[in-house]
Design a protein around this ligand. Structure first.
Ligand SMILES: NC(=O)c1ccc[n+]([C@@H]2O[C@H](COP(=O)([O-])OP(=O)(O)OC[C@H]3O[C@@H](n4cnc5c(N)ncnc54)[C@H](OP(=O)(O)O)[C@@H]3O)[C@@H](O)[C@H]2O)c1
Length: 312
């Protein structure tokens, strides 16, 4: 089964007055888009993407231009803020370019996180005037990676928690091995459990089988990146060709569909090509129709794909 949107766990009882967050299966990725970022984000929303991933890491992301692209789409009536899922990240000093970063690297971890979130809430504000960021919110704030020690990671995490639910709805982590995820999840200091884990999906980690299993067991969404760029072998594989043929979609879209078929998974899609944007979104509908019409064929390609990636 594939769902076009997945429900995120409710992060805390304090969130009961906040609408439950849903994340679309395809999340538009904004890394490395430089000056094109605002235009590409706008085009992605116009094409139908309703989830955007960015980071407070100017080295790789123009979060300020992500905000401009979103505001343009809202201004033109293409979408409302509450129809979008917006996710950004706190990037620790190790991942930043020291000459251009959103906080003082000498500050305490907690102060770094506060400054980074303040900057993200401003960049991703809805208000055009920029006078106040009071109404600005982030659907999920992701720690871009664990910090050098678990203690530091927990300090960053518990600082993010202070913004839930009003300015931040959910908390997640990226580039996180299974052991660290488990330690974070089980820490008595962690009040709000991770809602998402964003990791590289590739052969070197056994396609992250252990992390994905932990996510399924604990009601977290696994967000896959490098899904195409690191997986030429999958792109050229038999189940991918078979699914592409059966559903009449591209091989790239077939890889995305099979990864989504692993359950509790969404895919980061950072295409810069308008035709790919539309194709990737429309292919989801085709796959869902195929699954309804021919569940046995879907089960067969899914089984073959699981075997290929060594999934239990
Ligand atoms: N947390 C982290 O540390 C981390 C690291 C890396 C990435 N990310 C996130 O993940 C996002 C995606 O990055 P990625 O590295 O997975 O890959 P990507 O930037 O999405 O690259 C996908 C590549 O595949 C090509 N492609 C061909 N056919 C396509 C199709 N039908 N649909 C989509 N792409 C197609 C794209 O080219 P065209 O542009 O010509 O379509 C592009 O060169 C990033 O923007 C970022 O938001 C996070």
């Amino acid at each position: 089964m594939i769902r076009k949107t997945l429900r995120l766990r409710t992060a805390s009882p304090a969130q009961q007055d906040v609408p439950v967050t849903h994340v679309p299966a395809l999340v538009y990725g904004t890394a490395w888009k430089k000056d094109q970022t605002a235009d590409l984000v706008y085009r992605a929303i116009r094409a139908g993407f309703r989830a955007i991933d960015t980071a407070a890491q100017p080295k790789h992301y123009r979060e300020d231009l992500v905000g401009s692209g979103i505001r343009r789409a809202i201004r033109e009536g293409i979408v409302r803020r509450d129809e979008l899922y917006i996710q950004t990240k706190f990037t620790s000093v190790a991942g930043q370019d020291r000459s251009n970063m959103p906080y003082d690297p000498q500050a305490s971890i907690s102060e770094q996180v506060h400054a980074s979130i303040k900057s993200s809430l401003h960049n991703l504000r809805i208000s055009e005037t920029g006078e106040s960021d009071d109404n600005s919110y982030i659907d999920t704030l992701v720690l871009h990676s664990p910090l050098p020690t678990l203690k530091d990671t927990i300090e960053a995490w518990t600082t993010v928690e202070t913004y839930v639910p009003h300015h931040i709805r959910n908390v997640g982590i990226s580039n996180c091995p299974e052991g660290t995820l488990e330690a974070l999840y089980n820490s008595p200091q962690v009040r709000i459990k991770p809602a998402v884990v964003q990791n590289r999906f590739y052969a070197d980690t056994g396609y992250d089988a252990a992390v994905r299993a932990f996510c399924r067991q604990h009601d977290m969404i696994y967000q896959s990146f490098w899904t195409l760029t690191a997986n030429l072998r999958l792109l050229r594989s038999r189940p991918v060709a078979e699914l592409a043929n059966l559903a009449g979609i591209s091989k790239a879209a077939a890889v995305y569909a099979l990864v989504l078929g692993l359950q509790n998974t969404v895919v980061l899609d950072g295409t810069t090509n308008d035709a790919h944007m539309v194709d990737d979104l429309q292919s989801l509908d085709r796959i869902i129709a195929l699954i309804e019409k021919n569940p046995d064929a879907w089960a067969a390609v899914m089984g073959e794909f699981r075997q290929l990636i060594g999934d239990p």
